[in-house]
Write a protein that binds this ligand. Structure first.
Ligand SMILES: *Cc1c(COP(=O)(O)O)cnc(C)c1O
Length: 474
């Protein structure tokens, strides 16, 4: 027994140790047999049991509940035939990093301790991968959505001056531009910053992403109308089709037009480490003023973990640095250390996200992770080939990288194809055979496979396409 009844530490550490070891074994078993565990609906009985209620009798009882009632009911994105949405698929190294992170329970808002140095090391590594300038600042965040808010806040500070933080927008008519495939994270960020989701102009695609001639004309028109163009948002990997804007061309345009170039590279940015020809898709990414991307998608690390990089630290700090006196930095001791990450984003208290990235990079190395990414693109090509070989299935768009969108039966009228594809997606999710999502391309809602899954082998692709054919039911 502990002497202090208020302590929340276990009364019996040996019993806790035994229960924790057993649970760790269950977690390892689960991950080692990921192929046996597709998504499954949460049974009503289990769902009802989630209501906060009885306190577990001891550590073993708690571990039993975690193993039986929690562990089986995830998104199923660890399964090799999970292709729905751009989900990360997890890494065994995550088991280790999350265990250590929970033990340390470090607060990474600032100060002088190991987790802060580790975050700097991860940011430095990422800056090098993307070829951002040496002075670029960075921050690990919840995901690309949050990274986009931070990046566009810095862009707003550059456009309107640091005073915008105190004064607000005061009706400044800022306008931003993006391609047709831009993620709605951009609109959300513009809305949150008071710029307005309606201030985002969608520019149609030309031969390689955003048509820069149309974009230049739109900027000129907006300027003539008294508006204030301030940012262009390039997409490196669109969610619908995995398409890439020509980032060199956008960087040239941003320089000529004095706009801030923000790149949404949520998953696609990581083609930078996948070798040629893939790395060529993101050429020019290091010329961005800001970059938002995720470690939790195509770098496979556990949720949640994104990254924002800002080329000119001045604007990053201008948007966020404002420490009250109780957070004053000191020359020495725990309150030392600089920079403090709370000066670079929304959060003051923050977890140790860098650890799971560092652990993954230390476990696998950049090259192996890059090879897994290239392998995912190869699997998307395999899927395209299987679709084209299957009778009356058809691609709805050419496969460019890791996304494959197709229809199960091209003989039907568009509406019937859409209904069929939706039904098949649902049937295969429920049967556990494969997870596809759906997306509308050119008037047809198709089956969409986003392959960011390092467990997917060629046979899984063949099995999944065969399952679609069976589900078509002819
Ligand atoms: C997933 C995604 C986002 C949003 O990122 P989160 O990490 O989910 O917040 C933004 N843009 C693109 C292209 C994405 O794929």
């Amino acid at each position: 027994m502990t002497d202090d009844p208020a302590s929340l530490d276990p009364d019996d550490w040996d019993a806790f140790r035994a229960a924790a070891h057993d649970l760790l074994d269950s977690c390892i078993d689960r991950l080692a047999a990921a192929g046996d565990h597709p998504w499954q609906p949460v049974p009503d009985r289990v769902r009802a049991g989630y209501a906060v209620g009885p306190v577990a009798a001891d550590a073993a009882a708690l571990a039993d509940r975690l193993r039986d009632e929690v562990l089986p009911y995830g998104t199923g994105n660890t399964h090799p035939q999970f292709f729905g949405w751009v989900h990360g698929t997890g890494l065994a190294s995550g088991l280790l990093s999350e265990m250590v992170a929970a033990t340390m329970n470090a607060n990474c808002g600032g100060r002088d301790h190991g987790a802060v140095y580790m975050e700097r090391a991860v940011v430095d590594w990422a800056r090098g991968v993307f070829g951002m300038p040496a002075g670029a600042s960075g921050l690990l965040v919840a995901g690309t959505s949050q990274a986009t808010v931070i990046a566009l806040a810095a862009a707003r500070a550059r456009a309107l001056g640091p005073e915008v933080v105190a004064r607000g927008m005061q009706g400044a008519p800022l306008v931003a531009y993006a391609g047709a495939g831009v993620h709605n994270a951009a609109q959300k960020a513009l809305a949150l910053l008071g710029i307005g989701a309606g201030a985002l102009r969608r520019i149609p695609d030309g031969s390689a992403g955003i048509d820069t001639d149309v974009l230049r004309a739109a900027i000129a028109r907006d300027r003539a109308a008294g508006l204030h163009p301030f940012a262009v948002i390039g997409t490196a990997g669109s969610v619908d089709l995995g398409r890439f804007d020509d980032l060199e061309a956008l960087a040239d345009l941003a320089r000529d037009e004095d706009l801030w170039l923000h790149v949404d590279g949520a998953f696609g940015a990581w083609l930078a480490i996948a070798g040629e020809p893939w790395a060529g898709r993101v050429r020019g990414i290091g010329r961005a003023d800001s970059l938002a991307c995720d470690f939790h998608k195509w770098m496979y690390v556990p949720y949640d973990c994104g990254l924002v990089l800002i080329a000119d630290e001045t604007w990053h700090r201008a948007a966020f640095a404002a420490r009250p006196s109780y957070l004053e930095g000191q020359a020495r001791g725990l309150a030392g250390g600089d920079p403090w990450y709370c000066d670079y984003g929304v959060d003051l208290s923050r977890g140790n996200r860098a650890l799971k990235v560092w652990t993954a990079l230390t476990a696998y190395g950049q090259d192996r992770l890059g090879a897994a990414i290239a392998g995912n693109c190869a699997r998307a090509a395999d899927m395209a080939a299987a679709v084209e070989a299957a009778p009356h299935m058809a691609l709805l768009a050419a496969v460019e990288t890791n996304l494959c969108v197709f229809t199960a039966d091209s003989r039907l009228p568009a509406e019937d194809q859409s209904a069929l594809n939706r039904r098949i997606a649902q049937d295969l999710q429920l049967s556990g055979e494969a997870v596809f999502s759906t997306v509308e391309i050119g008037g047809v809602t198709g089956l969409r496979a986003a392959i960011t899954n390092h467990r997917t082998r060629p046979q899984h692709i063949r099995d999944a396409v065969a399952a679609v054919l069976r589900a078509r039911g002819d």
